[in-house]
Design a protein around this ligand. Structure first.
Ligand code: UDP
Length: 374
């Protein structure tokens, strides 16, 4: 199959791309690199069945061309991280709502199978636990930018289901619950990579609020299993599935466990939400998925517990810190390739032109290669 991944250079998108390639599929990824990175693609960037477009979803002509040649489209969440959402609500809302609308229109026109990735943020402040797909969504005040993310993704879901009903678009929605794993960055506020980096660098672990709030962390490869199960089952069209893990931990305990696993001398430092995210910020006290629908329908079984996940992410963050230190050790050293430095401190963003005309990449002025014979 030829699979199009919107957000293919992101943390989750790159894992999905890698798995699809491993399974023998062709992958076309489009990403504007606003939060994704070329470094995420480094292990498969030159795979003969992989093609990358450094462009935005709002390049409608390119998107139309890509949707046209794809057998299935995976539309991954656009704005990532509570920190970024609070800092840039306009971009969050416009990217989520307008970006998803474009994909839905194009997929409907060509009747392409579509998987829309949504978020457990849509459950908002609901206190009916665990969260099931048909539960009410309880969002906070519009004065509070935090809820803009959940609300914009809820609009995406409404729109996707409307396309399913009115235009017979074969679309399925998946709601993710705190997905973590290698390649996730703490830059946008995600707690696991942030705490691990702090522990490894022997800095205080910054727990926001009283630390009693809890989350359930899902491993990225388990989530990718869920995507593939959804994609393989056409009867899931018009449905929503929670994907995640049900093992719950408070943020205080998470900090303690990370300190133990890294044998770090770091202390835990509690920071008021108002200091972390600005005045009036509201957190979700708990976020626990009911995954029974995915278990029944998709035979979805998360294989990784929190301890496995933490060990894996600790190894990844340790390696990242090692790479950074290697860069700092030889600041004047010549770099072998500009790509090597992407995502490293001080590297900044490389302009799109730098890589968009590489061997396997196409920009909007190129046409796609002929479709592979199935
Ligand atoms: N959090 C924290 N310290 C940090 C980052 C996050 O205590 O440096 C908390 C955050 O307030 C939330 C939880 O960890 O209660 C999970 O945050 P994250 O941003 O990873 O995901 P969320 O579940 O909020 O979308």
């Amino acid at each position: 199959m030829r699979c199009l991944i919107r957000g293919g250079a992101g943390f989750i998108g790159s894992h999905l791309a890698e798995r699809l390639l491993h399974l023998g599929h062709e992958v076309i990824a489009i990403d504007d690199l606003s939060t994704g990175s070329m470094e995420n693609l480094s292990s498969f960037r030159f795979h003969p069945a992989f093609e990358f477009h450094g462009d935005t979803i709002f390049n409608r002509r390119l998107m139309a061309e890509l949707v046209d040649v794809a057998d299935i489209v995976f539309h991954l969440a656009a704005a990532v991280g509570v920190k970024r959402v609070v800092e840039r609500p306009v971009q969050t809302i416009e990217t989520n709502v307008d970006g998803t609308a474009v994909v839905l229109q194009l997929a409907a026109k060509k009747q392409r199978r579509l998987v829309v990735v949504s978020t457990s943020e849509v459950y908002g402040k609901s206190n009916k636990f665990p969260f099931a797909e048909r539960d009410d969504l309880v969002l906070g005040s519009t004065y509070n930018s935090r809820w803009a993310y959940g609300c914009s993704k809820a609009i995406d879901e409404f729109l996707a289901l409307a396309y399913y009903r009115e235009r017979q678009l074969p679309v399925t929605i998946v709601r993710l619950f705190n997905t973590v794993g290698p390649r996730q960055t703490g830059r946008y506020g995600m707690v696991v990579p942030t705490f691990i980096r702090q522990a490894l660098q022997q800095e205080p672990i910054t727990v926001f609020g009283d630390g009693k709030q809890s989350r359930c962390f899902g491993y990225v490869s388990d989530v990718v299993d869920g995507f593939l199960a959804v994609a393989a089952d056409g009867s899931t069209a018009g449905e929503i599935f929670n994907l995640g893990n049900t093992e719950e931990i408070s943020i205080d305990d998470l900090a303690g466990r990370i300190i133990r696993f890294t044998a770090s001398p770091s202390s835990i430092c509690h920071i008021p939400y108002s200091e972390a995210y600005g005045p009036g910020f509201e957190d979700m006290g708990r976020r626990v998925p009911d995954i029974s629908k995915a278990e029944r329908w998709l035979n979805y079984r998360p294989k990784h517990g929190l301890d496995d996940i933490l060990r894996d992410v600790i190894a990844f963050v340790r390696a990242q810190i090692g790479k950074k230190q290697a860069v700092f050790v030889a600041p004047g050293a010549r770099q072998e390739s500009p790509v090597l430095n992407l995502g490293m401190p001080g590297a900044g963003r490389v302009p799109l032109q730098t890589y968009s005309r590489g061997a396997r990449e196409l920009d909007s002025s190129h046409s796609l290669p002929a479709r592979a014979t199935p």
